[in-house]
Design a protein around this ligand. Sequence first.
Ligand code: PLP
Length: 345
Amino acid sequence: MALTLHVDAARWRQHLKRYAEPEGTTIVPVAKGNGYGFGNATLAAETAALGAGTLAVGTYEEIADVRPDFSGDLLVLSPWRPWLDVPTDDEQVIHTVSRVEDLRALAERSDRPRVVVEVLTSMRRHGVGVEQLGEIVGAVDRVRFEGIALHLPLNGSQADQARRLGTLALDAMPSSAARTLWVSHLTPQAASALGREINAEVRLRVGSALWLGDRGALSARGTVLDLHRVQRGDRYGYRQRGARRNGWLVVVGGGTAHGVALEAPSPITSLRQRLVTAAKGGLEATGRALSPFRMAGKQRWFAEPPHMQCSMIWLPDDLTPPSPGDELDVEVRFTTTNFDRISWE
Ligand SMILES: *Cc1c(COP(=O)(O)O)cnc(C)c1O
């Protein structure tokens, strides 16, 4: 019960339902990694409750996490590679193929695997180049072709790119091939407009905007486990640092194992941000770092770097400390946090 994700269940599910029912677009929920803070099994059950026909997972390994709770089709987002030892005759699984040689290797098998062909976008992560489309046409007839996939960047003119690449790719396929386009990072409205324009069934893969799209329905809180009064000069923590003033040590659930205070690298763009980062770096050099835990309306300082499952937070003497059992709001990044439990409220 150390680090808890509190969910306003009715509000959260209302957002899911609204998001998943746009006109003219099929939503493909994504469950991968830490399950966006919820865990992949929970997301699989929610996807089933939404009535979605397909759930996307990140890797082949994640199939085992979702299979017990979801019986529809499973799209694996990481591209199939010849060195992966995975069965290709699984009726439930749709493979993503992003290289000409991989498609040819799958086409040579007798089991006709279900396949989506990913085409390279300006993301330049995975995908067959548009100039290679002619090379895959022959192989498409020898697998069960389920459409073209595009992974779009988060900004820029995604809809234009989807229209251009989607048309090029679908027009290059045999006329008998499914005219289905799997996309990411479009709004449901843009996705359904795209489907009408290029006369294709558009399937929108969505993770963050679905599961984390209504942040007001979610809050992360750490439970206060212990509280210690400290006099100036008292030593504490792994590093036996001496307290510089009188105050409180608040021991709260949430540490490195939960991903607390482990931020993913983010691009530093503005000068102001650079200065803030430089200032924070300076403070860290003196042994202080601002924690993501809030008390009395403010983020508080770590007394020392977070431990595996809990953190020691410094609270000045003049504030009323929380009691063991109380919960503190904590700022988290949902895609890097592992909660101990979810509380549905
Ligand atoms: C992760 C992923 C998504 C979903 O991304 P969100 O930003 O969480 O919506 C969609 N498509 C692919 C290929 C992905 O890897």
